[in-house]
Design a protein around this ligand. Sequence first.
Ligand code: HEM
Length: 310
Amino acid sequence: MVTPEEAVASFEKRFGNHDGFRRLHAKGWLYRGTFAATPAAGALTRAATFNGDPVDVVARFSNGGGNPKHPDYAPDVRGLAVKLSHGAGALDIVAQSAPKFPVRSLDRMVEFVKAGEQSPAGFARLAAFIAKDPRTVLPALAADAPVLKPPTSYAEHRYFAVHAFVWVDADGKSHAVRYSWEPEAGVNYLSGKEAKALGPDYLHEELDQRLTAGPVRFTLRVQLAEPGDRTDDPTVQWPASREVIDAGTLELIGPETERETNGDILVFDPTRVVDGIELSDDPVLAVRSLVYSESVRRRTGVSRPADVDA
Ligand code: HEM
């Protein structure tokens, strides 16, 4: 089994070693704003984050690769990581634009990242990666390929948090849920040629510009499992017929300029939850936290204490 250290070392081997940058999702930008939950969400979780009062948000949009110089117009997964802070407690929702996750273990994630290299060796690895588990990988690649195209804007993309979580309501009843962010501005793409004409950093330039005209909003969509739906496998999607509620609105108002300056360390960790929200039994969710800590150690030199930046 691959260790978190070996996993991050393999990401460095694929994308290079870029001092100070995240080992995946290296290129990204911070924004600030608020989130306000709907009463429907408050009925399903006792988490204070979802009591309807506006909570402070730091969000980071990113491209998926580990090279911070990679141009925005190249095909890529895009990320939206959101930290919802309520008093001393923070909840992180870490999501990306690919709707179907292709792997259910860290070993397979490492193989997947290695297989993405655009080279003869990479293509051979991709063939071997698919051959090991075609029934999972082929539908995932088919669903994910269209969203790798350059988007018109980080604000015009949908983002999926992939894993199941468990919401616990005021009566102590549990509800398995999955999150996604739905953009108010819709989902739109550019052709490669159009994106290239906008330059290598057009995504954050566009977003900064857009925010001068007003806030950018996303709705948090929460899908509710039914008994028997699997919560331990990130490659399995629940049937589209499952109830989905609008759980709240994220409103971003401008760039965040204080965080990640003067030695400040910011970590978005999908296992950071608050009372009223529990982790599911998905082993990939659990191992991500260890891998992210290893990436933090390498990018900051700091072995991450459990409460860093809570
Ligand atoms: C085994 C599976 C995965 C591994 C090994 C992995 C690895 C990593 C690493 C090493 C980082 C950099 C962390 C840091 O330095 O702070 C990262 C960031 C990120 N990952 Fe993953 N990841 C995995 C699955 C996922 C999934 C399922 C999603 C989305 C649902 C996701 C979305 C993101 C995003 C959005 C970021 C950027 C966070 C930020 O802006 O700080 N990852 N990932």
